[in-house]
Design a protein around this ligand. Structure first.
Ligand SMILES: [Zn+2]
Length: 250
């Protein structure tokens, strides 16, 4: 105990957290940490040759692996609620997310998830709804009816650290999705996983309860709400590699 460098202020007193919209400040949760891997996919297709595409058979294998080990899916909105309000989550929670709104997710991943009673969070780029290769409004509504969360992934998929049209990209994209789908939109995914501190606080002010980026941390708490880590599943991941970044393996 000789040198006391920057004494651990990190976890100190000064936090009664900023404004948390929709937060119910009644009871403080003991730890406030929720462990849940968040996986990120883009395309699920037999034909696309890209690291962003997972073959449907491989995807089915991964979902079976999760199901055999008792994983339950929750959405990102559920995770935010659990962190904010201390609502409990099922055992072995996993969060499946899909970015960009590709139609092959609806065609190929949706039926596989249905088979296991799984749901997902789908991050949609506002301007691409109803465009070729992307989901239509009625397909999105089918997913909503099946329990999926629809989140925003901006209007044009721009890098928000470079393009400061945040009002349109972050705020309007939420409003447009809500108008089209008639449901509340709770969470946001930063394009390219890029978000400065200013982007993050704009996202909080725009009414989202949480936002996701990239990374591999699986223990989430309230300080992470506007940059929850997601682990991308790439095309070439064999099952034994997939297993490696999941916390419950038996
Ligand atoms: Zn994207």
């Amino acid at each position: 105990m000789t040198d006391t460098p920057t004494q651990a202020v990190e976890e100190s007193t000064e936090e009664p957290a900023a404004t948390e919209p929709g937060d119910n400040p009644t009871e403080e949760q003991e730890s406030g940490i929720v462990q849940a891997p968040i996986l990120l996919y883009h395309h699920i297709s037999e034909t696309i040759d890209s690291q962003y595409n997972v073959h449907p058979e491989r995807f089915a294998e991964q979902m079976k692996w999760l199901s055999d080990r008792g994983y339950s899916t929750i959405t990102v909105a559920d995770l935010a609620r659990a962190i904010r309000e201390g609502i409990s989550v099922p055992d072995r929670p996993v969060i499946l997310t899909f970015d960009d709104g590709y139609r092959d997710v609806y065609e190929n991943a949706f039926p596989i998830l249905q088979k296991y009673g799984y749901t997902a969070t789908f991050y949609i780029v506002g301007e691409t709804i109803d465009k070729a290769g992307n989901l239509s409004t009625s397909e999105l509504l089918e997913l909503v009816a099946a329990g999926w969360e629809i989140g925003s992934h901006s209007m044009t998929h721009t890098d928000l650290n470079e393009d400061d049209n945040w009002e349109y990209e972050i705020y309007n994209s939420r409003i447009i999705l809500e108008e089209k789908l008639g449901v509340e939109v709770f969470t946001f995914a930063y394009p390219y996983g890029r978000a400065s501190d200013a982007v993050r606080s704009f996202t909080a002010d725009a009414g989202y309860t949480a936002a996701v980026g990239l990374g591999s941390i699986m223990d989430h708490d309230k300080y992470d709400l506007y940059f929850l880590h997601r682990k991308e599943v790439k095309s070439w991941y064999e099952l034994d590699f997939f297993e490696e970044f999941l916390p419950w393996k038996d």
